[in-house]
Design a protein around this ligand. Structure first.
Ligand code: B1M
Length: 210
């Protein structure tokens, strides 16, 4: 038990070197890699998400936590069977066409990965038809759209319209976010969820696939 608490605390304290040591020590003690991931790293990242929501942690610290976590995941990945990874769902995420901002979107992607979701990060300036193609190819359950410009917000609606036209709307939950996006806008364009920050986006995505 102590091992998991120490892993969680070390992640929240952003001590990457110690975190790597603890993951290796846990493996030496024959603790299953899936437990180290889910009860240690992912549980620690859930705390980071909560702290971010409460403004007890800020973007640079969250990025450091995500980097430390991915070092731990790198050690565990080869040892985890598909079953142990406990993937909670497949997510397609991208910044909509015409928009090149990706810092916040990448943070959302990282938090979702840390929460155990399989994330396909398409990048920036993604056209509606590309989102549709990737939902089909990856059999995604969640589509996440990011926009940072008021001028590219209408592209979120166009992307949702393209998903509806493709006949895939019933199989995919759609979440939208980005600085100018609001809950009212999300409701207006027919999205299933809105999140104002990366921590609540990951929490909301987990709820959507629960
Ligand atoms: Co741009 N830019 N920019 N810019 N830029 C803004 C957005 C702007 C508000 C600056 C300003 O004027 N005050 C303004 C938009 C005005 C508006 O539309 N209302 C603006 C503008 C005008 C422009 C250009 C048009 C400037 C020009 O060329 N004249 C141009 C457009 C280029 C384009 O996209 N086509 C442009 C370009 C750029 C850079 C390339 C220089 C650079 C982007 C680099 C990059 O992303 N790789 C840039 C930057 C850095 C900014 C600011 C300064 C910072 C954005 C950022 O990364 N924030 C920004 C001003 C600002 O926001 N203070 C600005 C940090 C990031 C962690 O926050 O992205 O909000 P954010 O993400 C948050 C949440 O929003 C949320 O979670 C994240 C983490 O908590 N979230 C989601 C984001 N996506 C989500 C998706 C979800 C859920 C939550 O679910 C799917």
């Amino acid at each position: 038990m102590t091992d998991f608490n120490e892993i969680k605390e070390t992640l929240v304290n952003l001590d990457e070197q110690r975190l790597i040591e603890l993951v290796n020590e846990a493996l030496e003690k024959d603790i299953p890699p899936g437990d180290i991931l889910n009860k240690g790293l992912i549980a620690g990242m859930d705390i980071v998400g909560e702290k971010m929501e409460n403004e007890d942690m800020f973007i640079p610290e969250v990025l450091m936590a995500a980097k430390a976590m991915s070092k731990g995941v790198e050690i565990l990945k080869p040892l985890l069977s598909d079953k142990e990874t406990q993937t909670r769902g497949s997510v397609i995420i991208g910044t909509v066409k015409g928009d090149l901002h990706d810092i916040g979107k990448n943070l959302v992607a990282m938090m979702m990965e840390s929460a155990g979701l399989t994330v396909h990060n398409l990048g920036v300036d993604i056209a509606p038809e590309e989102f549709v193609r990737m939902i089909k190819e990856k059999n995604a359950g969640i589509l996440c759209l990011s926009a940072l410009l008021t001028t590219t917000m209408p592209m979120m609606k166009q992307t949702i319209d393209a998903v509806v036209e493709s006949g895939l709307r019933d199989q995919v939950k759609i979440m939208v976010g980005g600085a100018p996006v609001t809950q009212a806008f999300a409701d207006d364009i027919g999205a299933d969820a809105f999140a104002s920050d990366a921590g609540s986006a990951a929490k909301s995505a987990k709820a959507l696939v629960a």
